[in-house]
Design a protein around this ligand. Structure first.
Ligand code: HEM
Length: 317
């Protein structure tokens, strides 16, 4: 009797260990299975950024848009087909999500080195981290072992992602729905220290809002007219659009946030004090951003036997 319960206890402990090993991400996941993975990712992202600095920003945004819809599962990378509707044509992605070719280029090299081993979801997570770091931002260890989705969600992409007109309370509740705090939302918004945005997303702000620096508004109006020029681009951070620094928060303090949603973080509400802190303490921002990115990367991953390792990031095997 004593032996039996000892045996069943051992069995229970072992099964718990196996379960947790399957359900958890680990920074050493590919250490033996694909030792060159991180070198390959960094080198392809580095070449892409050398060609166009903005690409680091575009990949970072892709990662965010992946994770907010059914978790970080590479769902955003799937192309539409006559029989499959993915996320690429959702409002927040259509004509604006970019960087897919860079993920393809990484995947091709990774497949050549370790066939059918590394998920597209993990590649995107690593590429986002490297983009940030190569543009001057922090680096961090990425927990790995995500698997790729067999589905995607157009409706999820349309409903889960915040828009440039969102209020502070909407931003807080959309991030909270993904398990992220208001402070983490404010830190992650610092991603807007790099990259570009189309006129259609900030036109209303530069012509109609009051809490905007007047000369900043006129500067933006020069290339974003009242009508037409919807796709004309402007940098999200007026000071240093290709440097991952804390200038975004200085912009907000100066009422130079490009989107209504950006300026909501510094408009007399609960995040004012966080914005002020980040605007004067670049190291604090860098460290909070890195931690929040790791948390973002852990939203509902597929692990163990769930999902698959896609061979081509654009389609299910
Ligand atoms: C807080 C709510 C957010 C809103 C409302 C928002 C909205 C937007 C919009 C409308 C654009 C411009 C797209 C275009 O014109 O094509 C943009 C760009 C961008 N977003 Fe966000 N975003 C938010 C949070 C985030 C987060 C959390 C990240 C990453 C961690 C992120 C990363 C970026 C980057 C890097 C760009 C520039 C992309 C490029 O140049 O290709 N955003 N965002």
């Amino acid at each position: 009797m004593a032996t039996l319960s000892y045996k069943s206890l051992t069995f229970l402990v072992l099964s718990l260990l196996v379960c947790s090993a399957h359900g958890q991400l680990s920074t050493s996941f590919y250490q033996k299975k694909c030792p060159n993975l991180q070198t390959i990712v960094r080198s392809v992202v580095s070449q892409a950024i050398a060609k166009e600095a903005r690409m680091g920003a575009s990949i970072l945004r892709l990662f965010f848009h992946d994770c907010f819809v059914n978790g970080c599962d590479g769902g955003i990378l799937l192309d539409d087909t006559p029989t499959f509707t993915g996320e690429k044509n959702a409002g927040p992605n259509a004509n604006s999500a970019r960087g897919f070719e860079v993920i393809d280029a990484i995947k091709t090299q990774v497949e050549a080195s370790c066939n059918a081993t590394v998920s597209c979801a993990d590649i995107l997570t690593l590429a986002a981290r490297d983009g940030v770091n190569l543009l001057g931002g922090p680096t961090w260890n990425v927990p790995l072992g995500r698997r790729d989705a067999l589905t995607a969600s157009l409706t999820g992409a349309n409903s889960n992602l915040p828009g440039p007109g969102s209020s502070l309370s909407a931003l807080i509740s959309m991030f909270s729905a993904q398990g992220l705090t208001a402070r983490e939302m404010t830190a992650l918004s610092g991603a807007h220290t790099i990259g570009q945005a189309s006129c259609q997303f900030f036109r209303n702000r530069i012509f109609n809002e009051k809490n905007i620096n007047a000369s900043f508004a006129s500067l933006r109006q020069q290339t974003c007219p009242q009508s037409g020029g919807d796709n004309n681009l402007a940098p999200l951070d007026v000071q240093s659009p290709n440097a991952f620094d804390n200038a975004y928060y200085v912009d907000l303090v100066n009422k130079q946030g490009l989107f209504h949603s950006d300026q909501e973080l510094f408009n007399g509400g609960s995040q004012d004090k966080v914005v002020t802190q980040y605007s004067t303490n670049a190291a604090l921002f860098a460290s909070d951003f890195a931690k929040a990115m790791v948390k973002l990367s852990k939203i509902s991953p597929l692990t163990g036997k769930n999902g698959e390792i896609r061979l081509n990031c654009r389609k299910i095997n």
